[in-house]
Ligand binder design. Sequence first.
Ligand code: IPM
Ligand code: MG
Length: 369
Amino acid sequence: MANPSLLILAGDGIGPEVMAEVKKIIGWFGDKRGIHFDVSEDLVGGCAYDQHGTPLHDKTMARAMEVDAVLLGAVGGPKYDNLDFSVKPERGLLRLRKEMDLFSNLRPAQCFDALADFSSLKKDIIAGLDIMIVRELTSGVYFGEPRGIFPDNEGGRVGINTQRYTTDEIRRVARSAFELARRRNYKVCSMEKANVMESGILWREEVQWVHDNEYPDVELSHMYADNGAMQLVRWPKQFDVIVTDNLFGDVLSDCAAMLTGSLGMLPSASLGAPDTNGRPKALYEPVHGSAPDIAGTGKANPIACILSFAMALRYSFDLGDEATRVEKAIEKVLADGARTADLMGKDGGTPISTTEMGDTIIAALDASL
Ligand code: IPM
Ligand code: MG
């Protein structure tokens, strides 16, 4: 049987640096576990624009459709801030999400014990935290039409985006949240603004419908998204799986990410419908961005990107035990005190570099055998 295929799109800023550490981990699995991947690499974002005049070449898009999973680093940077909207680095990422139809974006926010002091919240509020945000990723205000900047009738301009959701779009992401809940603690909280938005009313009704008809065994609650933001910092452990739309999910997942102390720790998976081979179309990426301010300095934390690869092992390749092995190795190196610059607490200490963190994790993987 052919090896499963991976397309690596390291992208811009710290993307290539953190992805270099993931490549070491992929190599480790080949050498030490006999788990081989066919890896190809290509460009996305600003670097693709520099080369091709587009943030995602059609050939790269086609390749992404063929492979078993895409691993993405990060896109964007100040160099590209003044580009036309249609060729901004982010458009490359959004095109991948849309054309691969990756409607379900899983963003776990998990607090590693060793890092409980790094959160801006009190330790008892976040110690042991383990929640999962499921963000709808291919619709809503990110893609709704009409959109644009138009002249208005008074000689000014009007900027328009459209929040739009259909029954099917809501039901499929709700199902994916309920499925996850069945693998966790049978608890889903759905967030919208049904008090002010019709699309929020529809969202609430459809999520409830999926629950009542297909997942009555899972506990479902609804919350307005603004209250959800407040509850996330008040008492985040009240949640297990949160399901929400594209824009609220963007905001709430950054908020949840910071609960854990550092954006440098958080992975994500974007999943579509299962292919003929039973695998969902999938893209894995760290939640942090391209961090241009530290790019090239060796300060980036590769853990979010490595944990994203662990999610690929679990969700694309049915290698949950190997994913756990990676997660445990990371837990171990953090417990032993390995810290990149983003994880320096008040008491200081000397941070290790991106490569050193990768090597330390490899050593911990070796020790796990
Ligand atoms: C994210 C990012 C993206 C988004 C940007 C880079 C387009 O913030 O993945 O959360 O807004 O979805
Ligand atoms: Mg975001």
